[in-house]
Design a binder for this molecule. Sequence first.
Ligand code: MV4
Length: 500
Amino acid sequence: MFRKVLIANRGEIAVRIIRACRELGISPVAVYSEADTESLHVRMADEAVCIGPAASTQSYLKIEALVSAALATKAEAIHPGYGFLAENAAFARAVNAAGLTFIGPPAEAMEVMGSKISARLAAIDAGVPIVPGTVEALTSFAEAGRSAEEFGYPVMLKAAAGGGGKGMRLVNDREELRSAFETAQTEAAAAFGDSSLYLEKAIERPRHIEIQVFADNHGNVVHLGERECSIQRRHQKVIEECPSPINDPDLRQRMGEEAVKIARAVNYTGAGTVEFLLSDTTREFYFLEMNTRLQVEHPVTELVTGFDLVREQFSVAAGARLSFAQAGVSWVGHAIECRIYAEDPGNNFFPSPGTITHLQEPLGPGIRVDSGVRRLSEVSIHYDPMIAKLAAWGRTRDEAIDRLRRALDEYEVAGITTTLPFFRMIVRDKEFIAGRLDTGFISRFNERQTGPQMTTEDTDLAIIAAGLYYTKTQQPVRFQNPVSKWKLAAREIKSNHRRD
Ligand code: MV4
């Protein structure tokens, strides 16, 4: 095993990786930008190296600074976490060229999956079903028109260099194609420096189901089942679950086998995720893309399978065999994760940077919090606003939801606005509880919410009532079960009050 590892990341994932280091007796080295001198991950590491100014392009994305920091501290390996350079093949190559181990797949596998077109070709070669569509990049608008007719409207235009929904356009009919083609091209060029597009038939009301895979350097490839990630907002996952509420052992096995085929086809090693779209109506599934990193939502798989994915990443990167075989993987109970963001759900999820003046994270049966912050942490505008992940495990989905609801109500954050109130409403939503989670969930949820929305006068009354309560008792407003909008509003007023 490695003696010392550098963690090329920040926030909750750096903390998560440091914890795995501790359990394995590895000395963790943190890196930080000038905005992160006081951050939790820096405090928790054995050593920390400042790699540059706040802007991530000048710090967390600086390949030379990271490699130099690893060499200077005599680290033997670099764990990239997720985001930043985690899926950057040039980074993996630079790490290896410096004689260090990159904790992740081979650079070649990252490159194949980095282009959606080569990823689809790899799937075809492996005999894995892909969404019907073009195999090569579209060379002209005329070709897009012909392909759209061939596969049949509605179609999706997607950026070849994209992923995660960036530069994606739904085209319902011939009339919409021209402007969709042009905007998708412009967006792709701006976001990825590559305007090439391809076209897929649109799957209506799909579910996003992904399979966790793991491979070692000895030819062993296994899957750890699925995660349901259909609840998304602007292509950002909001809630993830394991197993999928449409849990079906036969479907899991079939998707798992296809995911393993893909991983084998690209000589994958380490942790990876194969994304599929599943048609709710036909139950058919199609390969979408492969993420060549540890994912944000890995805790739900850990809670249900019992494996420590970061530990396993270290172990296979150090050359060991996987600590389990496919037959040794079983799934117990149900886990659900909420991503807690420093964003204002009452203001279109606008970022809410600032100082966390009060923090009480939930604990208790079946609760796991992966947090990157503590009291007095600064949430900076420079980085992703996700401050923590809250996951609940229960023997059944209902029990997991009960625990999640309880933990969300226990969770206190003041000084910044968070997405906690949004989750407190989702875990009380009938459709969510029933597990009806296709990709249209959030927009239908928002429509349901606009029904009993508070009027301005209601809000004013709630503010006055909460103010009176506070003046009288000198106690922050506290509710055991904030079911009504009024109580939720009062809860927010309580957080606002603590801001000073
Ligand atoms: C699709 C699709 C329908 N048909 N592709 C969105 C994120 C990216 N990973 C792929 N996405 C989609 N691709 C075809 N051919 C619908 C979506 C989609 C979606 C997928 C999963 C979860 C939420 C979603 C929300 C909107 C669109």
